[in-house]
Design a protein. Structure first.
Lengths: 167, 126, 489
């Protein structure tokens, strides 16, 4: 019961912040609304017992990625006059939301979810705790983990090559 | 289940109270606040940045150097590396020596990236 | 203890890539960096040789294993014969790409050849690891290593607008498709509670058919079909193929597709091959395959740029290969593996000539291939043989390849699909022959000969020899493919 209440509050906050992201004219305001959305999302993860994911959401997304986004905004440095507000915004937003949910996602979710002839796989009690994740990642999932360091190395080199004026 | 996040809620509340408190205190201490004076400010004074010393000029919205972006990019990548240290540290004892070596390999590979960025002067301020 | 033999080729590739980066750090900015080229070449060659040592039947007699499948991490990674065959294709494609890279960068100067080679090897390592993955997280991370490196490679010429456009489009659409794939995986994990592909199959077989599983299935098909550019998920292909540096295009058209098909075989033939889901994905693939063959071939006809033409051609080729994928069983897999081998040599032969010609003329337009026969007889022959092989004309290897593919499809009741494939193979002859006609019949505008190095000459000759030989005598590679296929059945 309490969980349901918390869930709906967080979901509403997530949607609200999400709407703010796409409706604000000032890009910084959009970016900060996105931080709010990330926060709400992290809380939702925590509600699902995915503690590590919640921490990653805050640390990497609300922290790292947001810094990147804000730097990009400051690099482009668009002034208010460059950012003409879009006309008839509220109507368009509502209509497109209705179209996406009513015509695409809604039917899919209605078709997929309520027909209770399936169930999620059972979880253990300590599922998703940082300790269990650590144990799994560093034993069975060691190969993808080490692969990830290569992915990151390629990303570092690629990022420098593509964005640095001269190496 | 949810109780374990109780302290997060307390922190959240404290944070909100702190911000609201700052606003309320500011309002209360101003002449138009608790004192109830009806003082009319000039508009320029009202929107001016409160700062002592040299008067501010121009806008604080100016174009940032592109090097900031590179830093942010590198920061995100190493941030992701750091995230993996959490579960590793928590289950460190259970993993033993082998777990230690795994992390060393992971960090060594990323160190190559750091050495690369360093040598290529991506960390140098231009 | 970990069985390092399981991923020895990947270790070699990765160490080579890191070595390249480290050597680069100690190079003077003005040096020609020829040592780096040698390191990349030798590293890839070593990885390729290591495959034969792992196969247990090394011609040189240095066997590391007795030919049994090597596995590590509770079987999360397993290098069986099938994986070795896919790895062989990927590494051969990487070697070809390296050769093209050296020539391509003579005219298209990049200040970062070492970085390019390192990222290329990372990409190859990702593709290679993908073929051994028995578990969806490994599969996903390996796929991302491959694709993220590919985005970087595609946009590597950062002063060039086309390359930037290619990288941008590839990144945006690729990220979207990865998200779809991951979304599908998450539902599969939610339903089965395991990430191991064989366990997924067991768990799904015990459940009744559910709309959620179907939804997850559609997401996975969509996400992966994008990576191998099956229509209607092919929109990015022509733009990326045209804009990316030519060696990268060649790499994408062979290595990336091979890795994608490896993922398809592992995931669908093993993991989702349960009675409740199998008819659904078979139906989806039949439609995707037919659409790819039809759209790829029709859209290729009006193309003026040869890389764009090869882009559409590769969509159609993916469609042909998918017909073999539909024929679940040793016969279909053998045909698929054989065709990929044939496709490798024919396609990379064409791309190597594109690089050599563009190096001389600076053009990728088909009309500038006029009179290639006069300017370099070898290039004329390569274009004729490889393009006819891609079209599936006897007596070239493409014909026997398609023969096996369509034969396997017909034996499983997909006669209509085989008919579409055959019909559009004839259509494809039209645009392939247009290129060949330009090269062989039309008089050259500029008769100056096109020179190439001894290595390039011998590789081109190898392409022709392989394509012709496998057309009349497919036995050796068929045996290899059969042996590889037997590790799954």
């Amino acid at each position: 019961m309490l969980e349901a209440v918390v869930f709906y509050i967080l979901a509403a906050a997530l949607l609200g912040f999400g709407l703010l992201v796409i409706t604000r004219t000032n890009p910084i305001a959009s970016a900060l609304s996105m931080v709010g959305a990330f926060g709400a999302l992290a809380a939702l993860y925590a509600l699902l017992q995915a503690t590590l994911i919640a921490i990653i959401q805050i640390l990497v997304y609300a922290g790292g990625i947001m810094v990147l986004v804000i730097f990009v905004i400051m690099l482009l440095n668009l002034h208010e006059e460059d950012l003409k507000p879009m006309k008839a915004r509220a109507g368009t937003v509502l209509l497109s939301l209705l179209a996406v949910f009513g015509l695409v996602l809604g039917p899919v979710f209605l078709a997929v979810f309520p027909k209770g002839n399936w169930k999620w796989a059972a979880l253990t009690n300590d599922f998703g705790s940082i300790f269990t994740v650590g144990e799994k990642v560093f034993s069975d999932y060691l190969f993808p983990f080490e692969m990830l360091s290569l992915l990151l190395l390629a990303a570092i080199v690629g990022a420098l090559v593509l964005s640095k004026r001269k190496l | 289940m949810l109780e374990q996040y109780g302290y997060v809620l307390v922190f959240l509340m404290a944070g909100i109270v702190f911000i609201l408190g700052a606003f309320i205190t500011g309002w209360a201490l101003s002449p138009n606040g608790l004192l109830g004076l009806k003082y009319k400010y000039k508009k320029e004074v009202l929107v001016d940045t409160y700062e002592c010393g040299v008067e501010t000029y121009g806008s604080s919205w100016f174009r940032f150097n592109v090097s900031f972006y590179l830093y942010a990019l590198l920061f995100v990548i190493f941030d992701i590396e750091t995230v993996f240290l959490y579960p590793w540290a928590v289950s460190f004892k259970a993993l033993g020596m082998f777990g230690f070596m795994e992390m060393i390999v992971f960090i060594l590979i990323l160190l190559v990236g750091l050495a690369y960025a360093w040598k290529k002067e991506a960390l140098k301020w231009e | 203890m970990i069985n390092y033999l399981t991923f020895l080729p990947e270790i070699i590739l990765v160490c080579t890539a890191i070595l390249i980066l480290v050597v680069e750090l100690f190079q003077a900015p003005s040096s020609k960096r020829s040592s780096i080229r040698w390191i990349a070449f030798l590293g890839t060659l070593a990885a390729l040789l290591c495959l034969s040592c792992l196969s247990g039947s090394c011609p040189l007699g240095c066997n590391l294993t007795d030919g049994t499948a090597q596995q590590a991490f509770n079987g999360f990674i397993k290098t069986d014969g099938l994986a070795l065959y896919f790895k062989m294709i990927i590494l051969l494609a990487t070697l070809f790409t390296l050769l093209m890279t050296y020539r391509h960068f003579e005219t298209h100067k990049t200040p970062y050849p070492a970085e390019f080679l390192a990222i290329l090897l990372f990409s190859a390592a990702g593709a290679s690891a993908l073929t051994s993955a028995q578990e969806i997280i490994t599969l996903y991370i390996a796929l991302e290593t491959l694709t993220i490196s590919s985005y970087l490679l595609a946009s590597f010429m950062k002063k060039d607008k086309g390359s930037n456009e290619a990288g941008m489009k590839y990144l945006l659409l690729g990220a979207f498709s990865s998200a779809l794939l991951l979304f599908g995986f998450s539902y599969i994990y939610g339903l089965t509670g395991t990430t191991v592909i064989t366990e997924i199959a067991k768990s799904l077989a015990m459940q009744p058919s559910s709309p959620l599983a179907v939804f997850a299935l559609i997401l996975v098909v969509g996400g992966l079909a994008f990576k191998i550019s099956l229509a209607p998920f092919h929109m990015w292909t022509p733009d990326v193929y045209e804009g990316a540096p030519t060696p990268v295009t060649a790499f994408l058209s062979v290595a990336s597709k091979t890795a994608g098909f490896a993922a398809f075989v592992r995931l669908f033939w093993v993991g989702l091959n349960v009675p409740s889901l199998q008819p659904i994905w078979m139906g989806l693939f039949a439609v995707l395959s037919a659409m790819s063959i039809i759209l790829g071939n029709l859209e290729a006809i009006p193309q003026k740029n040869i890389k764009r033409l090869m882009g559409y051609s590769s969509i159609a080729q993916a469609g042909y290969i998918a017909t073999g994928f539909l024929a679940i069983g040793p016969m279909g897999l053998t045909a698929l593996l054989f065709y990929i081998f044939v496709y490798l040599f024919a396609n990379l032969g064409v791309f190597l000539t594109i690089v050599i010609v563009a190096n001389k003329t600076g053009s990728e337009q088909i009309e500038d291939y006029a009179g290639m026969w006069k300017r370099s007889p070898l290039i004329g022959i390569v274009l004729l043989v490889c393009l006819l092989s891609l079209a599936g004309v006897p007596p070239f290897a493409g014909f026997s390849g398609k023969w096996y593919l369509f034969g396997a499809a017909i034996s499983k009741g997909y006669t209509w699909l085989a008919l579409i494939g055959m019909t559009f193979s004839v259509v494809s002859l039209f645009y392939y022959l247009q290129v060949a006609k330009q090269a062989l019949v039309v008089a050259p505008k500029d008769p100056s000969p096109i020179e190439m190095s001894l290595l390039e000459r011998s590789v081109l000759i190898l392409c022709v020899v392989v394509t012709v030989t496998l057309g009349v005598w497919p036995r050796p590679i068929m045996d290899l493919a059969q042996a590889a296929a037997s590790s799954l059945f």
